[in-house]
Design a protein around this ligand. Structure first.
Ligand SMILES: Nc1ncnc2c1ncn2[C@@H]1O[C@H](COP(=O)(O)OP(=O)(O)OP(=O)(O)O)[C@@H](O)[C@H]1O
Length: 245
């Protein structure tokens, strides 16, 4: 069967209990087809991070189910879930989280080393070249710009050829020119390599690089835009943020 990269079925996630319970996600059903780039947007507290965490197997839904490439996460033990995350899911965050004592190539090789796998130098070079850093393999993070560091983080996320790359505000710490370069790189990973990407962002320009933008409000899907411009996205966000709580 040809499964979507990620599928969420009626996913709910609550925190706490009784009167103080908070519903961070409320019956969310979404599919993320392979080789597509999806942005997730919504007002602060609308459930974006919770959605990403549940979809990536970092958090468990209170009810509903999540599948990665047809594998149902909700049925896996913690050990199997950790293995699946390590082998089939990639992450990049606003903070680059590189190890300062290691060179770019050592940082990129780290996920394979941690998994006890053989590290082929040629594969490390290949991903560094994909992100345009073939010449910087021996540099340490302090010798690189913010954009270059985020590209190393991207190469590190891609070394295992993950089925899905989750990006949480990946350009939040970058200036607008550097952000555009990183976003163009994400776009080309989808178009050239068939990578599936799900990205949470507050930035309409960043979201406009995606094929589809999903809007969350109060833990529910409030609609989507397909191939929108940054202006369309900004207008929709302004409307959503104007809704009284
Ligand atoms: N561990 C937790 N305990 C209690 N409530 C939580 C917890 N994590 C999230 N929440 C609540 O769940 C809701 C959704 O939070 P979430 O962080 O997913 O929103 P978000 O859209 O990512 O917000 P932001 O854009 O501000 O980062 C919020 O009301 C938040 O306060």
């Amino acid at each position: 069967m040809n499964y979507d990269a990620i599928e969420l079925r009626s996913v709910s996630r609550s925190h706490g209990s009784g009167d103080s319970a908070v519903t961070a996600l409320d019956q969310v059903s979404l599919s993320f087809p392979r080789a597509t780039f999806t942005a997730v947007m919504g007002p602060s507290g609308s459930g974006k991070s919770t959605l990403l965490q549940c979809a990536a197997g970092l958090d468990r839904p209170t009810s509903g189910s999540v599948s990665v490439g047809g594998t149902e996460l909700t049925r896996l033990s913690e050990t199997r879930l950790t293995l699946l995350r390590r082998e089939r899911i990639g992450f990049v965050f606003q903070a680059f989280n590189l190890l300062p004592a290691l060179t770019a190539e050592q940082n990129v090789a780290l996920p394979l080393r941690l998994a006890g796998k053989r590290v082929a130098k040629s594969r490390v070079r290949e991903v560094l070249e994909q992100v345009g850093l073939g010449e910087r393999a021996r540099h340490r993070p302090t010798e690189m710009s913010g954009g270059q560091q985020q590209r190393v983080a991207l190469a590190r996320a891609l070394i295992t050829r993950p089925e899905v790359l989750f990006a949480d505000e990946p350009t939040g710490a970058l200036d607008s020119q550097t952000s555009r370069e990183v976003l163009a790189l994400l776009r080309s990973m989808v178009d050239r390599e068939g990578q599936t990407i799900v990205m949470v962002t507050h930035d309409p320009v960043a979201a406009s690089y995606a094929d589809r933008v999903i809007f969350l409000v109060d833990g529910r899907v409030n609609g989507e835009l397909i191939g929108p411009s940054a202006d369309d996205i900004a207008a929709r966000m302004t409307k959503l943020e104007a809704v009284p709580c």
